[in-house]
Design a protein around this ligand. Structure first.
Ligand code: SAH
Length: 367
């Protein structure tokens, strides 16, 4: 065993969860152990979700002692779970540096979907999103993303199984690409990882065109938050996102996106009363996405204290949907679950920010 690991001070003890699979291989090699030890350890972490090195019963006692002398397993801490009237649960987690983040568990028609966060706050400043008003506090690390899944799995009853993962919580996933990519590989690897099917994972982006090709390499479903049908509208609603990439560039990147067979893109569109919910908007939206293999998810605006926008009436929502349907699009209206606990799309961040005494004032976003 190398001295550097053995003699490290307690503060330098490594968190095994912080290692990528490659880093884990190097770590076990440094002890002179065979490479399969790395897979064994990873399986304990992601498949058995253990919290203690002594539980790694396929390692010898001596190996466990060696490992414990220089490493431990530090999971995020579940601070609270708010349960909505509709069964949605909002989890509040505390990270090692005491920062707080939120994830949302959504039961719906036989599915159990976890909405995970990728940043504390967000790189972007979309005007209709509460998280956007926080500014970016920091990127999450890969293991902090994965740990939201592990800790929620620990919370589930014996007959409950997570069926879907959506990267639609706090943050812009493509602005934290390396960590998101590493997290997805840990979540999908069937040999040593959590074994989720990549078909049941969706990454949602406000649309950073230059990074869509990278996104394709993740092998999961991609959702693009369009939310507007003209640059003028989008500049107003999503100023930073649209400055990075205009609507035209974004749609061009979507047309070039290397979609695998039998997959399609999802376009998300937040419906804001009197802002982007007219028949003309619906017609422009249909024209924009024409020819792209896709479906459209309409998300009626979820209100939060202080927001300037309003949710359209049911009638306006149905008219908007019918215009898209008539244009031949497959279009769904997303149920807004968990609104009473501020757990619906665009409502995350308030409890975390309040508990941390963070001001909910915009800071200059960085990309
Ligand atoms: N940054 C990523 C993922 C987080 S937002 C993205 O933009 O896609 C996830 C989804 O929630 C996006 O489609 C976004 O447009 C939508 N959203 C944000 N705030 C909302 C709100 N207040 N009401 C309804 N949907 C909202």
């Amino acid at each position: 065993m190398p001295m550097s690991y053995h003699l490290s001070a307690p503060s330098a003890v490594s968190n095994l969860l912080a290692f990528s699979s490659r880093a884990m291989e190097e770590f076990v090699r440094s002890f002179g152990w065979p490479p399969y030890r790395a897979r064994q350890i990873l399986r304990w972490l992601y498949q058995n979700r253990i919290r203690d090195i002594q539980s790694m019963t396929d390692l010898s006692k001596q190996e466990r002692t060696i490992l414990s002398s220089c490493a431990d397993i530090r999971r995020i801490e579940r601070v609270s779970v708010l349960v909505s009237d509709d069964g949605t649960k909002k989890f509040l987690f505390r990270l090692q540096d005491d920062r707080l983040l939120e994830s949302v568990l959504i039961p719906d028609e036989g599915r159990l979907t976890l909405c995970v966060s990728t940043q504390i706050g967000c790189t972007l400043d979309c005007g209709f999103c509460l998280t956007g008003t926080m500014g970016l506090h920091r990127n999450l690390k890969a293991h902090e993303i994965v740990d939201q899944v592990l800790t929620v799995q620990d919370h589930l009853g014996t007959h409950e199984t997570l069926t879907n993962l959506v990267f639609m919580g706090m943050g812009e996933p493509l602005a934290n690409f390396e960590a998101v990519s590493d997290a997805i590989s840990r979540l999908t690897n069937r040999t040593w990882g959590a074994g989720f099917s990549s078909r049941r994972i969706t990454v949602s982006t406000a649309g950073l065109a230059s990074r869509l090709k990278d996104a394709a390499s993740l092998g999961v479903n991609l959702a693009i938050s369009l939310n507007a049908t003209t640059d003028e509208q989008r500049n107003r609603l999503m100023p930073t996102a649209n400055r990075i990439c205009s609507l035209r560039e974004l749609i061009a990147a979507c047309r070039d996106y290397p979609l695998p067979v039998r997959r399609r893109l999802t376009f998300e569109y937040v419906l804001l009363a009197g802002v982007n919910d007219s028949r003309e908007d619906a017609k422009r939206l249909a024209a924009l996405v024409r020819g792209i293999r896709c479906k459209v998810n309409l998300i009626p605006f979820n209100e939060f204290p202080g927001s300037e926008f309003r949710r359209p009436s049911e009638e306006a929502i149905l008219i908007f949907q019918s215009v898209l349907k008539r244009a031949g699009l497959e279009v769904f209206v997303r149920k807004s679950k968990g609104r009473d606990v501020l757990g619906a799309c665009g409502q995350l961040g308030r409890s975390a920010a309040a508990l941390q005494g963070l001001a909910l004032t915009p800071v200059q976003p960085r990309c």
